[in-house]
Design a protein around this ligand. Structure first.
Ligand SMILES: [Zn+2]
Length: 254
């Protein structure tokens, strides 16, 4: 079977890969609380799994997931780990630049964590300015609601994310511990749901409000989460990215 993970390739195999392909997928996540029932690595594990499935289907190499990211607003939950955003930006650039040095010209970042989004945009801009590298990121909770109006994905460790986690690795989710968390609202219209939202769009509100609940998950209650939904969400997200990466490969560099 053809190797997809760069960690499993030998250097001649990677060298062979870049002779015929200038694209790579880099999954990024974080270690962060996701309620009583989900693992700390939820964002990392979902990104890693999605990236692997995209790579396998599109025949594109997948780099090891970066499990550390930026999550400064819920640090008082034990096990939540964050990097300073400037350090995180430098780290991502150094990681990408090593691949660029070996011939990679296009990078798809598969992002599993909302706190990483802004840094990833800065990283893509910097890589383009410094090397002309064509890179960008996307995240499942922003893509899926566009493709299926019934999937609002407005939760953190809730119905949608727990379903995806079940599809990623059912054995490390303890559904008997799933609790309903009250929704977190700043106003009637500004509320938390995998990032702050207003009229169904994401807005940037720096806040640690959801610390106060002492539960950890936010938004859609997780109790009805199920693996069938998670598998379907994963499939739709993977297919979206397979199509995207094929389109990305058509972009011509001057
Ligand atoms: Zn998450």
């Amino acid at each position: 079977m053809k190797k997809i993970l760069t960690s499993e390739m030998s250097w001649p195999e990677f060298s062979e890969y870049v002779k015929g392909n200038d694209t790579i997928i880099i999954p990024v996540g974080v270690l962060e609380e996701h309620g009583h029932h989900n693992p700390l690595g939820t964002d990392t594990l979902i990104a890693e799994r999605a990236a692997y499935e995209i790579g396998k289907k599109a025949n594109i190499a997948v780099a090891p997931v970066l499990p550390y990211g930026q999550t400064s607003n819920i640090l008082d939950f034990p096990g939540t780990i964050t990097l300073d955003p400037f350090l995180y930006k430098k780290l991502l650039i150094a990681y990408a630049e090593s691949y660029i040095q070996h011939g990679i010209k296009r990078i798809l970042f598969v992002n599993g964590h909302g706190g990483n989004t802004d840094v990833l945009q800065m990283v893509s801009r910097t890589l383009f300015e410094k090397h002309g590298t064509f890179s960008f990121s996307n995240q499942w909770w922003e893509v899926l609601p566009q493709l299926n109006k019934e999937w609002n994905c407005a939760d953190h460790g809730g119905y949608f994310e727990t379903s995806l986690m079940l599809a990623t690795n059912e054995s490390i989710v303890d559904m008997t511990k799933a609790k309903t968390a009250p929704s977190v609202r700043l106003t009637e219209k500004i509320f938390y749901g995998h990032g702050w939202r207003f009229n169904n769009t994401r807005i940037n509100v720096p806040s640690n409000l959801y610390n106060m609940q002492k539960i950890g998950n936010v938004g859609n209650p997780p109790q009805e989460a199920n693996i069938e939904l998670g598998k379907l969400m994963l499939e739709v997200y993977v297919d979206f990215n397979v199509e995207l990466i094929m389109e990305m490969k058509k972009v011509r560099f001057s």
